[in-house]
Design a protein around this ligand. Structure first.
Ligand code: ATP
Length: 267
């Protein structure tokens, strides 16, 4: 099957006052439609750089980044980006926050609003659409941010540590909810996380990166039964601990002491 997203021989160099910084080198990656991929690795290995390249916010110095076989040269409506911080506008209600992308792209039609209402409903916010951001918990705010990202119907969701600021219980609930929502809508997802358990539980495939320069060390395809299960169920699957240990060992072998594996959340 033709991949939906591809990185081919990608190199990215940041150029600034301090000179040139080779951030990532020789990245080759294919992601199929509907796949859920996680990127894990120590701080500075290029996870956010990869997301920015996929989002069209950065252009590679060498190589190609493609969606559906077409080179990504600028941000596209096909790709939505959800961040650690929700960046809700405090003066707008939940519904008005969730419809902002539609407004900016001139698509705030009755149909568009109805779709956003259905998303809010799916995400357990149906009764809360007229409430203001200050009235919401962190988990609710992230659900609004997800509805806002999905409102414009992107094919791909880039998720940059969207659960990292949440309490454990809320985080687990939200992992299930996001996984279920993206699955039911057939979306393709690329998650960046420092939490190896989260990566193993949510993903079809976990990509392990190393740094200096950022590069792909290996990829782990999760067992079929884990992939089909909700993240909280996948965490209880007999293969979960084994997959987790494999990812952790690869990270350690890739970095050695002092090279950053200790920054990964092993809890
Ligand atoms: N704007 C920038 N200018 C110069 N160098 C940068 C810039 N952004 C990132 N870098 C460098 O590129 C490399 C990759 O950074 P990136 O932020 O993609 O890593 P990361 O894996 O997402 O890190 P973290 O886990 O800490 O968020 C690092 O060496 C970083 O210092």
């Amino acid at each position: 099957m033709k991949p939906l997203l591809e990185l081919r021989g990608v190199i990215h160099v940041y150029v600034g006052d301090q000179g040139a910084n080779l951030a990532v080198e020789g990245l080759d990656l294919s992601i199929s439609r509907g796949q859920f991929i996680s990127l894990v690795g120590p701080s500075g290995c290029g996870k956010t750089t990869v997301l920015s390249l996929l989002a069209g916010l950065l252009l590679p110095a060498k190589g190609e980044v493609l969606i559906d076989g077409e080179t990504i040269r600028r941000p596209s409506a096909k790709i939505g980006y959800m961040l650690q911080q929700d960046y809700l506008f405090p003066w707008r209600s939940i519904l008005d926050n969730a419809t902002i992308g539609l407004e900016l792209s001139g698509r705030k039609t009755a149909e568009g609003i109805a779709y956003v209402r259905s998303l809010l409903h799916e995400l357990g916010l149906g009764e809360a659409e007229s409430r203001m951001p200050y009235e919401l918990s962190g988990g609710m705010r992230q659900r609004v941010a997800l509805a806002r990202t999905l409102a414009t119907e992107p094919e791909v969701l880039l998720l940059d540590e969207p659960f990292s600021s949440l309490d454990l219980q809320i985080k687990l609930q939200l992992e299930d909810l996001v996984w279920k929502t993206l699955r039911s809508l057939g979306k393709t997802a690329v998650l960046v996380t420092h939490d190896l358990a989260e990566a193993a539980a949510m993903s079809d495939t976990v990509i392990v990166l190393a740094r200096n320069p950022g590069r792909i060390l290996t990829r782990f395809d999760m067992p079929e039964e884990m992939r089909a299960a909700l993240p909280t169920e996948a965490r209880r699957h007999p293969s979960f601990q084994h997959m987790y240990d494999l990812i952790w060992e690869k990270l350690e072998s890739g970095h050695g002491k002092g090279e950053g594996a200790d920054e990964i959340d092993k809890a």
